[in-house]
Every structure is written in C-alpha cells, then in structure tokens.
Write a protein that binds this ligand. Structure first.
Ligand code: TYD
Length: 135
C-alpha cells in the first residue's frame, strides 16, 4: 500500500521539543495545513479517498487510528507521536477513529481544498480504482 511513516524533525532538550515542518520536509510541495480538534471519541472521520491529493497526518496531541484500504490490502496505523507523520498517497480510502481525549490531527496537504478531488462513496471508490488500474 502506498503509505509511509515519515520522521518529523525534532529539536529537543530538557525544556521540551520543537517539531519543525518547512519547505522540503514533506515529499511534496505543501499547499494547505488544517487540523481536526475537539473530536468526540465516538467520531469516525474521513470515509473518503482523494483522486490526486497527497496528505501527511500527524497526531500533534493524543492519539487516533487510521484505517486504510486500497482494495488490495487493509492497514490500521495508530498515530500517537508528534514527531511521526503518516503519508497517505492519492487513491487510498481512509477512515479515522478511536480519538483520545484532546487528540489533535494536523494535516499537511499537497493542494488547496477541492471537493471535486474527493471520492466519498465506497462503491464509487472501488470503480475508480479498478478503472485506474486497467489504464
Ligand atoms: P472532510 O474532509 O470530509 O472531513 P473529514 O475527512 O475530517 O471527516 O471535510 C468536512 C467538511 O469540511 C466538508 O464539508 C468539507 C469542509 N472542508 C473545507 O471546506 N476545507 C478543508 O480544507 C477541509 C479539510 C474540509
């Protein structure tokens, strides 16, 4: 599956840590940053894939699970470290769940928001991925 864990550079000492993301840290040009917060523990977020968008998710605080599916395999990645990012390439179905109290999910994205880039229906996703695989 086309996902990867990325180390976020950390500057640390006894007074605490600084995580630094700047031009060149991500394997793509950053165009947007957003974050999920105040998430009820019962919430299931995501439930979509992106045709082109590439994203890195970071548990800046707390923890949550990311369920990933590309129609060939399924993975579950628990994010719980502010210095680890999960790179999710395009055309991967993702769901986020099991948010801890106070969890914050920072997302670094390769493009600005575009609803046209979303595939929000799972059957549409399966059709889409079959089509691109046969190209
Ligand atoms: P969505 O990406 O579906 O949230 P999640 O995957 O976390 O469950 O976005 C939820 C709503 O917010 C949807 O109506 C689109 C809107 N939105 C924006 O307007 N801009 C953004 O950058 C994002 C991420 C979402």
């Amino acid at each position: 599956m086309n996902i990867e864990l990325i180390d976020i550079p950390k500057i640390g000492n006894v007074l605490g840590n600084i995580g630094v993301i700047e031009n060149g840290t991500m394997p793509f040009e950053m165009k947007r940053v957003y974050y999920l917060y105040d998430i009820p523990s019962s919430a299931k977020r995501g439930g979509h894939a992106h045709k082109s968008l590439v994203q890195v998710l970071i548990a800046i605080s707390g923890s949550f699970d990311v369920l990933l599916n590309d129609d060939v395999s399924e993975r579950k990645v628990t994010l719980n470290k502010p210095n680890v990012g999960l790179l999710i390439n395009n055309n991967i179905w993702r769901e986020l769940e099991n948010f801890s109290s106070g969890a914050v999910c920072l997302v670094i994205a390769s493009a600005v928001y575009d609803e046209e880039d979303y595939i929000r229906d799972y059957d549409d996703y399966l059709n889409h991925i079959k089509t691109i695989r046969t190209l």
